[in-house]
Ligand binder design. Structure first.
Ligand code: NOJ
Length: 573
C-alpha cells in the first residue's frame, strides 16, 4: 500500500501515514562522555546502563548511540575496525545486550550509528586491501595506481593538506579518504562490498536494534573514473560528493535488502543535500530512508570556508525561520523531517542559538526545547541539552581532543595563518564544546567518573547539573519532561499542519499547528528584550496556556507581552 493510501486508511487526522518514528522523541548519547562506570575516565556501556532510569524519566522513546564499535579512535569511533565487535573501552557484547534489553524493558528503542562511507585503516578489509593489488579485498576501497599519475584533487575534511588521496608505497598507489587518512572510503560501487555491509546491518537488526543513523550516507557513491570536479560544483566538494552517480540506487537497494524486512527506522546524515532533492531520499515512493539530517540550519551564520568560523554578521531570526519553514514545507504532504539544534558535531544548542549567560541560560534553553518539541518533524535532543549545558570555550589547543580542531590548528599554524582568530572561532564552533562530560551532580568531575576524564569538564558543573535540577520544580530538566509530555498529549504537535506567522518579525518566532479543528499557537521570543506579539484576529482567540517557560505570562487581550526568551504554547479558540 502506498504511503498516501495507508494514510487515508489509518488516520482520520493526518494526511501522512503514522509511524512510531514520527511520533517518537530521540535522545542522542555520545557514549564517551555520558557516564564512566570503571574509572578509566571514558564513558561506557555499563555507565549508560546505570542511567537507564534517568533516560526513561525523560520520557524519550528512542536512543541514538554514537558509534560503539571496535575502533582505534582517530575520530572517536567514526573509524571502525570491526563492525560486529564492541570497542573494549566501552565494554563487551554482553554489556551491549544488557543495554538493549534494559532499553526495551523500558519501552525505549535503540538506534545505532552505521559508519559505512568509510572504515578504519585498521579494519581487516583495509589491511588486506592494501597488501597487494590482487588481493581479493582490493576493490573494497578506492585505489588509484601511481603509474597513472596523481589523481585529480579530492578534498579531505581531516587531512592537514586537505588532500583526500594518500600515497601508499606498498603497492605504489593512492587510496581515497574523504575524512582522515585513517578513514579510507569504502567502495560502494563494488556489489560484494555492499553485500558485506547489508550483512552487518542484519547482524545488528537481528540482535534487536531498532534502526540506524547512517553516517555521511550522502557520500557513498563515487564516479570511480575520478574526473576533475565539474565546474557546476564551483569547487564545492561536499555538494559534489553528495551527488554520486548511484547514490539513490544504493539507498533503495539497502532498503530492499535490509530495512524493508524489519520494523526499523533509518535516518541518514545527508551532508550537502539540497532541499530540491529532499523527497528523493524519503518520500513514500522512493523506498530509501525514513528521515535525514540536513545542514542548512546548523551551517547558518557561519562563514563559508574550510573550518567553521562564525560569520561576524551573525544570524537573523528571519533567516532561521525561513530555513525551518522551508524544510517543513518540503515534507508537508510526503516524506518526513528530522529536527535538531545540536549534536556531537555542533556546539551546544544554548550557546549557539540561545543565550548562555547566567541570566538567560535557563529561559533560552527551555525556549529552544519548546521549539524542537513543537515542530512537525522528529525531534533529536542531544544529551546535556535537557539540562542546558553550555560551550566550554577552551583557550588552549592542548585542551582540545577533536581531530577536526587539531588538524585545522596545525594547518593554520604551518601556513602562518591567523591562529588566534581560529582559536577564538573555535570557542563558538568546535565540536568539543558538545563533547565535554555530562554533568550529573555537584561532586568531583560532576559524577561522570572516578578517574581522570578524557576531556576536561565544563567548570560550570556546580550549578549546571542533573541532580540539582531534579530538586528544582522549574529547572530546564523538569521543563523538558513537561514539554515532551505535551507533545505526546497533543497529536496536533506531531502531525498538525505548520503555519508560520509574522515571517518578518526579528524577535518572535510564532507558528500554529493545526489538526482537524484543533489549533495550537507556539510563540518563542528569541531575543533578550521584551517583545509583544499580537495574535492575529483571523486565527483565533487565546485559550488555555498549555505551557510557559517563565513564572508568568502577560496578556493584554490578544497581545502577549513576551519577556526575554519567553516561550509559550497556547490553545486557540
Ligand atoms: C559525521 C560524524 O557525525 C562525525 O562525527 C564524523 O567525524 C564524520 N561523519 C566522519 O565519520
Amino acid at each position: 500500500m502506498s504511503e498516501k493510501q495507508n494514510a487515508q486508511n489509518n488516520s482520520e487526522h493526518s494526511i501522512v501515514a503514522k509511524n512510531w518514528w514520527k511520533e517518537g522523541v530521540v535522545y542522542q548519547i555520545y557514549p564517551r562522555s555520558f557516564k564512566d562506570s570503571n574509572g578509566d575516565g571514558i564513558g561506557d556501556l555499563q555507565g549508560i546502563i546505570s542511567k537507564l532510569d534517568y533516560i526513561q524519566s525523560l520520557g524519550v522513546d528512542i536512543v541514538w548511540l554514537n558509534p560503539i564499535f571496535a575502533s582505534p579512535n582517530d575520530d572517536n569511533g567514526y573509524d571502525v575496525s570491526d563492525y560486529c565487535a564492541i570497542m573494549p573501552e566501552f565494554g563487551t557484547m554482553n554489556d551491549f545486550d544488557l543495554l538493549l534489553s534494559g532499553l526495551h524493558e523500558r519501552n525505549i528503542k535503540l538506534v545505532i550509528d552505521g559508519v559505512f562511507n568509510h572504515s578504519s585503516d585498521e579494519h581487516i578489509w583495509f589491511k588486506e586491501s592494501r597488501s597487494s593489488r590482487t588481493n581479493k579485498y582490493r576493490n573494497y576501497y578506492h585505489w588509484w595506481p601511481a603509474e597513472k599519475g596523481k589523481p585529480h584533487h579530492r578534498f579531505s575534511f581531516f587531512d592537514e593538506n586537505n588532500d583526500a588521496w594518500k600515497y601508499d608505497e606498498l603497492t605504489d598507489a593512492y587510496y581515497l579518504h574523504y575524512f582522515s587518512a585513517k578513514q579510507p572510503d569504502l567502495n560502494w560501487e563494488n556489489p560484494q562490498l555492499r553485500q558485506e555491509i547489508y550483512k552487518i546491518m542484519r547482524f545488528w537488526l537481528d540482535k534487536g536494534v531498532d534502526g540506524f543513523r547512517l553516517d555521511v550516507i550522502s557520500f557513498i557513491s563515487k564516479d570511480v573514473s575520478f574526473p576533475p570536479i565539474p565546474e557546476i560544483y564551483n569547487n564545492d566538494f561536499p555538494r559534489y560528493y553528495a551527488n554520486g552517480p548511484h547514490l539513490h540506487q544504493y539507498l533503495q537497494e539497502m532498503n530492499k535488502e535490509v530495512f524493508s524486512n524489519y520494523n526499523c527506522m533509518t535516518v541518514g546524515e545527508c551532508v550537502a543535500v539540497d532541499i530540491n532533492d529532499a523527497l528523493q531520499f524519503v518520500d513514500s515512493e522512493s523506498k530509501a530512508l525514513n528521515m535525514f539530517f540536513h545542514f542548512d540550519s546548523v551551517d547558518y551564520g557561519y562563514k563559508k570556508n574550510e573550518f567553521k568560523q562564525p560569520d561576524p554578521n551573525g544570524w537573523k531570526l528571519t533567516g532561521f525561520k525561513e530555513i525551518f519553514s522551508k524544510w517543513n514545507d518540503v515534507f508537508a504532504d510526503n516524506g518526513w523531517g528530522s529536527i535538531y539544534l545540536g549534536n556531537h558535531d555542533q556546539p551546544r544548542m544554548v550557546s549557539r542559538w540561545g543565550n548562555d549567560s547566567p541570566e538567560y541560560r535557563e529561559a533560552s534553553s527551555k525556549m529552544l526545547l519548546t521549539f524542537l518539541l513543537t515542530m512537525r518533524s522528529t525531534p533529536y535532543i542531544y544529551m546535556g541539552d535537557e539540562i542546558g549545558m553550555r560551550n566550554i570555550r577552551f583557550n588552549a589547543i592542548e585542551d582540545y581532543r577533536d581531530i577536526d580542531t587539531l588538524k585545522n590548528y596545525h594547518q593554520i599554524k604551518n601556513t602562518n595563518g591567523d591562529v588566534d582568530y581560529f582559536m577564538e572561532g573555535q570557542k563558538a564552533t568546535a565540536r568539543d564544546n558538545a563533547r565535554t562530560p555530562f554533568q550529573w551532580n555537584e561532586k568531583e568531575h560532576a559524577g561522570f567518573t572516578d578517574g581522570e576524564p578524557w576531556i576536561k569538564l565544563n567548570p560550570d558543573w556546580e550549578f549546571v547539573n542533573a541532580a540539582l535540577q531534579e530538586t528544582m520544580e522549574d529547572s530546564v530538566l523538569n521543563y523538558f519532561r513537561k514539554i515532551l509530555k505535551l507533545r505526546k498529549q497533543f497529536p496536533e504537535l506531531i502531525y498538525g499542519k505548520y503555519e508560520l506567522l509574522e515571517k518578518e518579525n526579528e524577535e518572535v518566532y510564532a507558528y500554529t499547528r493545526i489538526l482537524n479543528d484543533e489549533k495550537i499557537l507556539v510563540v518563542l521570543n528569541f531575543s533578550k528584550t521584551n517583545a509583544p506579539f499580537s495574535i492575529p484576529e483571523n486565527i483565533g482567540l487565546p485559550g488555555e496556556v498549555l505551557i510557559n517557560n517563565l513564572k508568568e505570562i502577560i496578556f493584554h487581550k490578544s497581545v502577549i507581552e513576551l519577556l526575554p526568551y519567553q516561550a509559550a504554547v497556547i490553545r486557540l479558540l
